[in-house]
Design a protein around this ligand. Structure first.
Ligand SMILES: Nc1ncnc2c1ncn2[C@@H]1O[C@H](COP(=O)(O)OP(=O)(O)OP(=O)(O)O)[C@@H](O)[C@H]1O
Length: 440
């Protein structure tokens, strides 16, 4: 067949038909697919057209297969998105439950304390929780400062926002600013933008623990956050508004620190809108049995043990102990006893040695005059010439207890801290305060 010779009319018609079918396929119209299959039969049309129709037919099959796959994929996607939606709802429900649990756990009503001092603190906590006033919590290590800060947060309108706790004594001075206020991208090679803890606490509460250890230049910047409610990242110039509540805590006397020039007075007044002073455990021995019961319930449940009871002698030991690590020390002691004791009754021998020893030391007349049931920790080591009021001061007793524990631990501070039921950092601070640079 030359180019110029006209096609037989039949072939011309069939080619036209093929062209129309191709056109239809381009526009996703498959209603003439049947005709295409008819054309593949060489009895109906000449061989070249039949083979062309066959190729188009194959194409059509491939298109249909792809569409089928797409439909399957779409179906799978729909099912996955449905499953995701169900999980999302479950997580939301779970999250709400957990938040409710946190609120209940940190409700001032559930915090243990029947002593007058604690009842006053818990009453105040309940009253101010739902306000936005700044709060300063003071008290020795382990007295429950963070617990009260959480109670304030989880019982406020900010409860669904974050609770960010920062231990100011644990952040190296050179990192303080970027940790707290964040860092702008590109301030140094390879540095990415990072939000600071203040920004992260937006909508919630920031808990500045050990605020007395905050460097003076950072104190000025925190004051600005408190006054202006805004923050600027290190290396940036954009002012970012932040909406947060500030709760601070310290074991120091901040007023005295401010007077001595170690703490900004203006920041002290800003923070001290309401102050809650947590009493040490030795000043509220009446709370010891209640706390003991709470911790026994908790740890026996956690360790799958029947609820342990305590002998009168062992309880007496706990009542006369000085508790330098306060409630945390008591909780650690209970956890230790629950893990180690064989019987269902806690006896004196089950208690830590240093707690047993305090009770075991015979009482002298001098002591009964000063403090009933208090063993003569002080006075046993070269204190004989001191006046009685110094001999039995709490500081002297703490000092001696630390010295003895360090001796028992062969000078190992980590071990001594564990024996005392306080953190190593807590021990370091106590030693700094009590020995004034002349640590044993
Ligand atoms: N009144 C209380 N009732 C129940 N548990 C308490 C009470 N006070 C403290 N605790 C528990 O004692 C432990 C120590 O409390 P928390 O961490 O709040 O003390 P802290 O004063 O912040 O200590 P630090 O100054 O060393 O950071 C926690 O496990 C806390 O739950």
């Amino acid at each position: 067949m030359t180019d110029k010779s006209p096609l037989p009319p039949d072939v011309e018609r069939l080619l036209k038909l093929m062209e129309q079918i191709c056109h239809d396929l381009v526009w996703n119209r498959y209603d003439r697919a049947e005709t295409l299959f008819e054309l593949t039969r060489s009895t109906v049309c000449p061989e070249p057209i039949a083979s062309l129709a066959e190729s188009f037919g194959m194409m059509l099959v491939k298109i249909e297969a792809r569409e089928f796959q797409m439909e399957e994929m779409l179906k799978n996607l729909k099912e996955t998105s449905k499953a995701l939606e169900i999980s999302r709802r479950q997580l939301l429900k779970e999250n709400e439950g957990l938040k409710k649990g946190l609120m209940e756990r940190f409700s001032p009503k559930r915090i243990v304390g029947q002593s007058q001092a604690m009842r006053h603190i818990l009453d105040q906590t309940e009253r101010i929780a739902d306000t936005s006033v700044n709060v300063l919590i003071t008290g020795e290590t382990g007295t429950g400062k963070e617990l009260i800060a959480k109670a304030l947060h989880y019982n406020s309108i900010r409860k669904s926002g974050p609770f960010i706790a920062i231990n100011c004594s644990a952040i190296p001075e050179s990192l303080f600013e970027s940790e707290l206020f964040g860092i702008e991208k590109g301030i140094a090679t390879g540095v990415n933008m990072r939000k600071g803890l203040v920004e992260q606490a937006g909508g919630g509460t920031i808990f500045l623990d050990e605020i007395g250890d905050m460097p003076l230049n950072i104190q000025a910047k925190i004051l600005r956050v408190l006054e202006e409610r805004e923050v600027t990242r290190v290396g940036g110039s954009t002012v970012i508004p932040v909406d947060l509540r500030v709760v601070a805590a310290t074991h120091r006397n901040l007023k005295a620190e401010a007077k001595a020039g170690h703490f900004r007075e203006d920041l002290f007044f800003r923070l001290n809108v309401i102050s809650l002073a947590l009493p040490p455990l030795r000043e509220r021995p009446g709370d010891i049995p209640l706390l003991l019961q709470r911790f026994l319930d908790l740890h026996c449940r956690q360790m799958n043990r029947p609820l342990l009871k305590i002998s009168k002698e062992a309880m007496d030991c706990l009542l006369v102990h000085n508790w330098p690590g306060n409630v945390r020390e008591l909780e650690n002691e209970v956890e230790r006893v629950v893990a180690l004791s064989y019987s269902e009754i806690i006896h004196v021998e089950d208690l830590s040695l240093h707690i047993q020893q305090e009770k075991a030391i015979p009482e002298s007349n001098e002591i009964t005059v000063n403090k009933k049931n208090r063993p003569p920790l002080s006075g046993s080591k070269g204190n004989k010439n001191k006046p009685a009021e110094n001999l039995f001061s709490l500081e002297e007793n703490e000092k001696e207890l630390i010295e003895r524990t360090l001796e028992a631990a062969n000078g190992n501070k980590t071990k001594a801290a564990r024996m005392l039921g306080i953190s190593r950092e807590g021990l370091r601070k106590k030693m700094k305060k009590l020995f004034d640079g002349n640590a044993p």
